[in-house]
Design a protein around this ligand. Structure first.
Ligand SMILES: Nc1ncnc2c1ncn2[C@@H]1O[C@H](COP(=O)(O)OP(=O)(O)OP(=O)(O)O)[C@@H](O)[C@H]1O
Length: 778
């Protein structure tokens, strides 16, 4: 049953024993079986006469039976163990539940961290709103001596004005003071600590805290900070509270508290927790650590775990503190007593570590040397005390006015407290006052000093700091505005540049497309030209026997085949205005040569070979140009009447012949278009127009300029603009030239693409050959 209830334990613990038992049992059972057999056989061997052996045999038999029973039991137990082994304790449901719990735990941890940091932030905000430097005023009751001397109380608390204090001065005027909290004579130590507690616990959140008591001698500074065994003061209560808080947070945070105790006596640091006081005191100095904090190397730092230990330590320290009897106080503190509590915190959840200090300072009493009539050692002490208190006042003034230099190093006291005064630190000052009319002067001095300290938060110094801060903020806002304007300007210019860039890219893309088209067209033209020339050569060869002599052909053909334009990229072509794209005039002989398939036969039949030969003799150096034309539609397309079949525009190369100078002068100036003065078909028309008219035989196929002017209906070569010219161009390139102004510059194609497409779509012209078009035109 136990194994069923605790299978895990059985598995691990019992199984090893079981297996041992099992092997032992096996061994024993084998032996027993053997002995049993032996016994059986023995019993067979033993004669009935051997009486004494019978009980033994009986015992063996009994034991054998027992062994059998035990073996059965063992077998059943082994089975049980096997079952337990096979039993899976962690059911899937349980594992899912565990997973859920783990996730929930993670979420809760996260939430806790968030809440914790938020609590710290809010808490800190509350403290800051109340003031990082706060001043509490505590007034002690009139003591017996004062009552006896008939001293009256000069301190008045106005119940209508919270935290408002009035001091009746010697001239019967009332001086008003306001502090963060006022403690009357009847307020006990608990009441004082209740107000102090929130600042104290900031040290557990990682803030440096400094609490000090300031005031005239005999006003209760030591009473407030140390207290008495019956009325324990802030020091003890603080540590008690820290232990209490660390205990309540112990599940999430670990805190280590350690205590150091020292005094500054006549500008010398003295460790109050040194064990052996017989030895000469170690000289202690304030040093700056690598982290920038102020440390006192060699100072005893005693770790404390409970309030009892704290109390023991405090008593020990107080016991060795320098005190002396003065006129004002029988047990007057002649030094500044500093209790330092170091808190090291570690967060279990996020591993964050903090180290912060809490200083609890009981300052030596400020006193008027003249009044208390001190001399000798006491006078020296008083001078040091007043000097260091003055240094403290300077530091506080500098903090209040937010000057760049804070004179911390002017005294040992302020040097040690450097990290706990000002900045992010929380500072609390108790200003202790006497109610006696005899001490009114000192009381007013202390209250004025305390008001200056409080002024760091709410006084004129704070206002001054605020004004400068506001001024700074205004300047920053102005600068920000200007920067925003500049940024907007820059953004606008960037935007416009981007637009321009996009436009240029678009243009560039268009030009690239056009360039590709032109290159394609050029390649097509070359192909077509080569084909046509090859065909023309073949035709010329076949007809040479009937129309012309082979010699004449050989003379003529080179002008066609040999003078080809270079197959160079388009950019290497000749400039536009240096090329003439028209044929010289053939005044009497008519067209000289026709290379079109359709017209060549006709030409062959009609032309006089002699006349052609003579005209070719007149040719000057041939020139070659390129033109675009549309090849004839395939016969199938023509037959089917589908004249709208789109045909690619072809470009062919032609040889132009420069006429003799005499011809030029007698007919016209057949020079390049760059000489308009001597080249005129229609009397002073612009060059562009002339080109269009010259090479646009069909209105549907002409360039826009030609289309504007429909007067062009005849070849300009046929009679100077008249309609009766008998000259009909038969050369295919001339025909093509008449249909299109041939311009080498690719830029001329820039705006022609749409019209080109339109022409293709228009049908008749696109499906006709160049010759057909010319025929129609004529
Ligand atoms: N609030 C108080 N209630 C009752 N007694 C007080 C109170 N404050 C001070 N006393 C008593 O007044 C006396 C002087 O107090 P205390 O020694 O603390 O003054 P002190 O400011 O520390 O003087 P010194 O600067 O000379 O050390 C003590 O006997 C103390 O018990």
């Amino acid at each position: 049953m136990e194994r069923d209830e605790h299978p895990e334990m059985c598995e691990n613990g019992v199984m090893s024993c079981e297996s041992k038992e099992f092997s032992a049992d096996n061994h024993d059972s084998d032996a027993v079986e053997a002995s049993e057999d032996t016994a059986t056989s023995g019993s067979q061997e033993v004669s009935p006469a051997s009486g004494p052996t019978l009980p033994i045999l009986q015992k063996i038999v009994d034991l054998s039976n027992k062994i059998k029973v035990l073996k059965d039991e063992h077998a059943s137990v082994s089975n049980q163990v096997k079952e337990i082994k096979n039993y899976s304790f962690v059911e899937p449901e349980m594992s899912r539940a565990l997973q859920l719990l783990t996730t929930e735990l993670g979420t809760l941890k996260k939430q806790y961290l968030e809440e914790s940091s938020e609590r710290k932030r809010l808490y800190n905000e509350v403290i800051e709103l109340k003031g990082n430097i706060r001043v509490f005023c505590r007034c002690r009751p009139l003591n017996q001596a004062e009552i006896a001397n008939g001293c009256a109380s000069v301190v008045e608390f106005d119940p209508s004005q919270e935290n408002d204090l009035q001091i009746l001065s010697n001239d019967s005027s009332k001086k008003h003071f306001k502090f963060d909290h006022l403690f009357k004579a009847e307020d006990g130590q608990e009441t004082v600590f209740a107000q102090t507690k929130p600042i104290v616990t900031s040290v557990l959140d990682g803030y440096n805290v400094c609490i000090f008591a300031y005031g005239q001698t005999g006003t209760g500074k030591t009473f407030t900070m140390e207290g008495t065994p019956e009325n324990r003061g802030v020091n003890y209560r603080t540590l008690e509270e820290l232990f209490h808080c660390s205990e309540s947070r112990s599940r999430l945070m670990k805190f280590e508290l350690s205590v150091s105790m020292l005094e500054v006596y006549n500008e010398k640091i003295r460790d109050l927790l040194v064990e052996n006081s017989n030895q000469p005191p170690k000289k202690l100095e304030v040093k700056q650590s690598a982290e920038g904090t102020q440390e006192v190397p060699g100072l005893v730092e005693a770790q404390v775990y409970n309030t009892d230990e704290v109390w023991d330590l405090l008593k020990r320290g107080y016991g060795v503190r320098s005190v002396g009897s003065t006129a004002a106080n029988e047990q007057s503190s002649r030094s500044h007593c500093l209790l330092r509590v170091t808190v090291k915190g570690e967060n279990f959840i996020n591993g964050q570590k903090t180290r912060s200090h809490l200083w609890l300072v009981d300052l030596a009493g400020s006193e008027r040397v003249g009044k208390v009539e001190v001399e000798g050692e006491r006078l020296k002490e008083s001078q040091f005390i007043n000097k260091s208190l003055s240094a403290l006042g300077d530091v506080i003034s500098a903090l209040a006015s937010k000057t760049s230099h804070i004179p911390y190093r002017n005294s040992k006291l302020t040097h040690m407290l450097q990290n706990s005064l000002g900045g992010d630190c929380k500072t609390l000052m108790f200003v202790q006052i006497s109610p006696s009319s005899a001490d009114v002067g000192e009381t007013l001095c202390s209250l004025n000093f305390a008001s200056r300290v409080r002024g760091i938060e709410s006084g004129p110094a704070r206002k001054q700091a605020d004004v400068s801060e506001v001024h700074k903020l205004k300047q920053m806002a102005e600068k920000l505005k200007q920067e925003e304007k500049e940024t907007k300007k820059l953004q606008d210019s960037v935007q416009s540049l981007q637009l321009r860039l996009a436009a240029r890219e678009h243009i560039s893309k268009g030009l690239q497309d056009k360039l590709r088209d032109l290159e394609y067209q050029l390649a097509e033209e070359r192909k077509t030209r080569i084909k046509q020339e090859t065909r023309a050569l073949a035709t010329a060869s076949s007809s040479a026997s009937t129309t012309t002599t082979s010699r004449q052909l050989r003379d003529a053909l080179p002008t066609i085949t040999e003078k080809k334009p270079p197959l160079a990229p388009s950019r290497m072509r000749m400039p536009l205005r240096r090329i003439t794209n028209f044929m010289p005039q053939q005044p009497s002989q008519g067209p000289s040569k026709r290379f079109s398939d359709a017209t060549y036969k006709e030409n062959n039949n009609n032309n006089n070979s002699n006349r052609r030969a003579s005209s070719m003799d007149q040719l000057m150096k041939p020139r070659r140009s390129s033109i675009a034309f549309r090849p004839a539609a395939p016969p199938s397309a023509v037959a089917s009447g589908n004249n709208k079949t789109l045909q690619p525009r072809r470009r062919v190369s032609i040889a132009t012949f420069r006429p003799e100078p005499s011809l030029q002068s007698s007919h016209m100036n057949m020079t390049t278009p760059s000489r308009p003065s001597s080249f005129s078909f229609r009397g002073g028309q612009p060059r562009k127009t002339r080109y269009s008219k010259l090479f646009s035989p069909d209105q549907n196929l002409v360039t826009p300029n030609a289309m504007k002017n429909s007067r062009f209906v005849k070849s300009p070569l046929g009679g100077g603009g008249g309609g009766g010219s008998s000259w009909k161009p038969s050369h295919p390139t001339v025909v093509a030239l008449q249909k299109k102004a041939v311009i080498w510059s690719p830029l001329k194609f820039k705006n022609r693409r749409p019209s080109f497409i339109a022409m293709r779509a228009s049908g008749a012209s696109s499906s006709s050959s160049a010759t057909d078009m010319l025929r129609r035109e004529q």
